[in-house]
Design a protein around this ligand. Structure first.
Ligand code: AMP
Ligand code: MG
Length: 315
C-alpha cells in the first residue's frame, strides 16, 4: 500500500503538467518541452525504477479487484517518444494485464463505421490497462490538419459542415465521461516535443541504419505542417481536458524525464483508484481452514504437515 506521503509527492510532481479543465492552452506559451523539474538524469533512473515497481504492484491489485479498467492514451508528434515510453513505463507489469493498441490510417472496414468505433473495440476490460499508441484524438488532429481524411470518412454532408471539430470535442468528452461513470478511467498524455528535438531525432533515424525503418518521407511532410499541428493540439487540449479525464502535457525533449512523468501520471491514477485485493468472508475462511486440515492430514511420513508454514513461521 502506498503511504499518503508518496501519493502526495506524485500528485505534486504531475500538477504542473496538468491542463486545468476549462483553461485556454497555447502550447508554445504554456508548456516548455525542456522542463525537467530541476532534476538530473542520474536521479531520474532511480525514480523511474521506483515508479515501475509501484505500477507493477497496483496493476496486480487492479486485476484482482476486477472493477475498474484504465485506458492510457498517448499522443505526440512523430518522434515524440511514444514507443519508448510504453516500453519503459510498462516494463515491470504483468503482460497479461496490459493491451497495447496502435492506431494507423483507418482501414476500409473502419471507415465504414462511425469514427469512434475502432477505438471502442480496443477498450480495456475491467481489471485491465489498455494503452492507445495514438488514439481517438487523431480524429481532431491529423484529420483536422488534413481534411481529406474527413472526406474519406463517408459522413453525411450535414455531419462534416462547420462546427465539426467543436462537435467532435463534445462527443469525445461525452464518451470519456460515459466510460468514467461506468468504471473505465481515461488517462491522457501528450508528449510535447520541440521542433529542434524532432529534427535531431529524425536525423538520428536517418544516420543509423537500424533506425531507418522508423523514418518515412511522410514524416518530413508532416513536419512542414508543424504550426498547424501546434494549433490543433492547443485547441484539442483546451477543449478536452475535463475533470473526469484531464490532459497531462509531458515535456518530451528529454526521454528519461518524459518516462518518469508518464509513469507518475499513470501511478497517480492508480493510487486514486486504490484497488484492493478481495478479502474472503467468514464462510469462505472456514472452508479454507477445512481444506487446510485435509491437506495436512495427507502429509507423508517425515514431511512437515504444512511445508509452507514450516518455512514461514508466521503462518
Ligand atoms: P505511425 O504511428 O508512425 O506508425 O504512423 C501512423 C500514421 O497513421 C500517422 O501518420 C497518423 O497520422 C496516421 N493516423 C492515425 N490515425 C489516423 C486517422 N484517424 N486518420 C488518418 N490518419 C491517421
Ligand atoms: Mg511515424
Amino acid at each position: 500500500m502506498t503511504d499518503r506521503r508518496t501519493a502526495e509527492r506524485i500528485a505534486e510532481f504531475i500538477e504542473p503538467l496538468r491542463v486545468e479543465p476549462g483553461s485556454r492552452v497555447d502550447l508554445a506559451e504554456d508548456f516548455d518541452p525542456r522542463y525537467k523539474a530541476g532534476m538530473k538524469k542520474r536521479d531520474g533512473v532511480e525514480l523511474l525504477r521506483t515508479g515501475v515497481e509501484l505500477l507493477a504492484d497496483y496493476q496486480a491489485r487492479l486485476a484482482a479487484q476486477d472493477t475498474w479498467g484504465v485506458l492510457l492514451c498517448l499522443q505526440a508528434l512523430d518522434a515524440g517518444g511514444k514507443d519508448g515510453t510504453i516500453r519503459h513505463v510498462m516494463s515491470g507489469v504483468n503482460p497479461q494485464g496490459v493491451q497495447v493498441s496502435s492506431f494507423k490510417v483507418p482501414s476500409a472496414e473502419e471507415l465504414d463505421h462511425d469514427y469512434l468505433w475502432r477505438y471502442a473495440r480496443r477498450l480495456p476490460e475491467r481489471g485491465g490497462i489498455g494503452i492507445f499508441n495514438r488514439s481517438h484524438y487523431e480524429e481532431v488532429l491529423v484529420v483536422r490538419v488534413h481534411p481529406e481524411n474527413l472526406d474519406r470518412q463517408k459522413l453525411p454532408a450535414e455531419a462534416k459542415g462547420p462546427g465539426v471539430w467543436e462537435r467532435r470535442y463534445r462527443e469525445i468528452n461525452d464518451w470519456e465521461r460515459y466510460l468514467a461513470d461506468n468504471g473505465f478511467k481515461v488517462v491522457k498524455i501528450f508528449l510535447n516535443l520541440s521542433k529542434e528535438a524532432q529534427r535531431t531525432r529524425f536525423l538520428k533515424r536517418i544516420d543509423l541504419p537500424e533506425k531507418n525503418w522508423k523514418f518515412s518521407a511522410a514524416d518530413i511532410r508532416e513536419r512542414e505542417r508543424w504550426d498547424d499541428y501546434q494549433e490543433a493540439f492547443s485547441d484539442m487540449l483546451s477543449a478536452t481536458s475535463t475533470p473526469w479525464a484531464p490532459w497531462y502535457v509531458v515535456p518530451a525533449d528529454r526521454k528519461w524525464f518524459a518516462r518518469i512523468c508518464a509513469a507518475a501520471v499513470l501511478a497517480h491514477t492508480l493510487v486514486e483508484l486504490d484497488p484492493r485485493y478481495p478479502t474472503v468472508g467468514a464462510e469462505a475462511r472456514r472452508a479454507l481452514k477445512d481444506a487446510k486440515r485435509r491437506l495436512e492430514r495427507e502429509a507423508p511420513g517425515g514431511a512437515p504437515r504444512d511445508p509452507y508454514a514450516a518455512k514461514h513461521h508466521d503462518r
